[in-house]
Design a protein around this ligand. Structure first.
Ligand code: GDP
Ligand code: MG
Length: 466
């Protein structure tokens, strides 16, 4: 699911990261692409429109934080909007009522109601230790009743037999009575579904609903339904007081639009995803995880959050102020940047989180492993404050003293001083040309401000700031 949408958004994000900053113009262009991607994923048009409007507003607003490049910031905005559209957090079943808690599943034929009934039963029994009874009110299709009976046996929950001559309401009431007298925690009600929404079916599920007043009334929908899912969801939502949605067949190659449309259109949370035909293939739906998956950004978002959290903002500001006053980037500044890298889990941790940097990270960590960062810090620690502020005074004998002090070689000191020179040069550029220029210099990617990540802070040239 979402493969295509994911590819499209990932491509957009990559291209944006190559840009220095967000302008009205590239926002417009990018939004057009996002819009196309959503429509191709079968997201309902009104949902797409609202989505784009919200992203535009946030992108043009003040949400681009200092710690993020505009490309990263845009990706984060799209991510957050996806999360919002899909419902913020996971909503679990709410079974807090006097038992038996009745859970009813409704939806079109073939959407996966019977399968989901069994999956839910299994989950409730295994994970929550509930005593579960299931009943089918699909009185017209004996095969459907047999199917549920077989599945309940498989998952180890009890089954209330259905008399196919009886009225669905009488059936569900009899099941509810059995659940009461048998001290069941939960009664699962599997209903009949037609191929299309029709009045007769709707009034029947409505009657079943009113007879047993479920605490949870779940709309089961096949994620392959695409644009139609929105209409079906609306029809069911009008006929029944839905409390949530089960989105089935999320394991298939459906384009995924339903996941984005349904919450927005019905206002009802997607509670579960069906991810296979087996009875254990049901998982709680987490909007944030789904959004990250859609964006296919590796762990880039957690990286972004980490940077936001851990970068010392005050320090970034002090640094910016210092640069403005025309003071150079000295070895004290370099040391604090190196320290920040170690705080963020070292280069290895940092590189692992960047998409596409998987293989690179091994190479990098060989050249620039955490031990090396610590050695660099040790070298700087071994200097006098005067040397840190004015590295030019460091002559041959001072180098020997510094190397001795930290138990390293003079050539290590030389390498560090050379790296410092490179960083200093970048910082000057920052002063002259501002952020934009520096980011271009860094290969456009970066977005780590001075005081944040070292721009190529000891990284091999060419990897700097990616
Ligand atoms: P109902 O008519 O709504 O009761 O639908 P069923 O539960 O009988 O399911 C219809 C078909 O969809 C069956 O072949 C199920 O095995 C299949 N199915 C249901 N849920 C899923 C799912 O999450 N993934 C996959 N791949 N198949 C599913
Ligand atoms: Mg069925």
């Amino acid at each position: 699911m979402f493969d295509n949408l994911s590819d499209r958004l990932e491509a957009i994000g990559k291209r944006l990261r190559g840009k220095g900053r967000l302008t009205e113009e590239n926002i417009q262009e990018t939004l057009r692409e996002v819009r196309m991607a959503l429509l191709e994923a079968d997201v309902a048009l009104p949902v797409v429109k609202e989505f784009i409007a919200a992203v535009r507003e946030r992108a043009l607003g003040a949400e681009v934080t200092r710690s993020l490049s505009p490309g990263q910031a845009f990706v984060k905005i799209v991510h957050d909007q996806l999360v919002q559209v899909m419902g913020e957090q996971n909503d679990a079943l709410d079974l807090s009522t006097r038992p038996p808690a009745v859970v009813m599943l409704a939806g079109l034929q073939g959407s996966g109601k019977t399968t989901s009934t069994a999956k839910l039963g299994r989950m409730l029994r295994e994970r929550e230790n509930k005593k579960v009874l299931a009943v089918s009110v699909d009185v017209y299709r004996p095969a459907a009743i047999d199917q549920l009976q077989r599945l309940t046996e498989e998952v180890g929950i009890d089954f209330h037999p259905t008399d196919s001559d009886a009225d669905p309401v009488a059936t569900v009431e009899a099941a509810r009575d059995q659940a009461r007298t048998g001290y069941y925690d939960v009664l699962l009600v599997d209903t009949a579904g037609r191929l299309h929404v029709d009045d007769e079916m709707m009034s029947e599920v409505r009657r079943v609903h009113d007879a047993v007043e479920p605490v949870e009334t779940l709309f089961v929908v096949d994620s392959m339904t695409g644009q139609d899912a929105a209409n079906t969801a609306r029809a069911f939502d009008e006929a029944l007081p839905l409390t949530g949605v089960i989105l089935t067949k999320a394991d298939g190659d459906a384009r995924g639009g339903a996941a984005l449309s349904i919450r927005q259109i019905t206002g009802k949370p997607i509670k579960f995803l069906g991810i296979g035909e087996k009875t254990d293939a049901l998982e709680p739906f987490h909007p944030d995880r789904m959004a990250s998956r859609i964006l296919g950004m590796g762990d880039v978002l957690s990286l972004v959050e980490e940077v936001e959290r851990k970068v010392d903002r005050d320090q970034a500001e002090r640094m910016a102020g210092k640069l403005k006053k025309g003071k150079g980037f000295d070895l004290e500044d370099m040391r604090s940047q190196l320290q920040q890298v170690t705080q963020m889990g070292g280069m290895g941790g940092l590189m692992d989180k960047l998409p596409g940097m998987g293989q690179m990270s091994e190479q990098v960590s060989q050249q620039m492993n955490d031990g090396q960062i610590r050695r660099q810090i040790a070298i700087i620690n071994s200097m006098t404050p005067g040397e840190r502020q004015r590295p030019d005074v460091i002559n041959g004998s001072r180098k020997r003293r510094i190397a001795n002090g930290c138990g390293l070689q003079v050539q290590d000191v030389n390498r560090l001083l050379k790296q410092h020179k490179q960083m200093q040069k970048m910082m000057k550029q920052f002063k002259k040309g501002g952020m934009k220029k520096m980011m271009r210099q860094m290969g456009g990617g970066g977005g780590f401000p001075p005081g944040g990540m070292p721009p190529g802070g000891g990284l091999p040239p060419g990897l700097g700031g990616r």
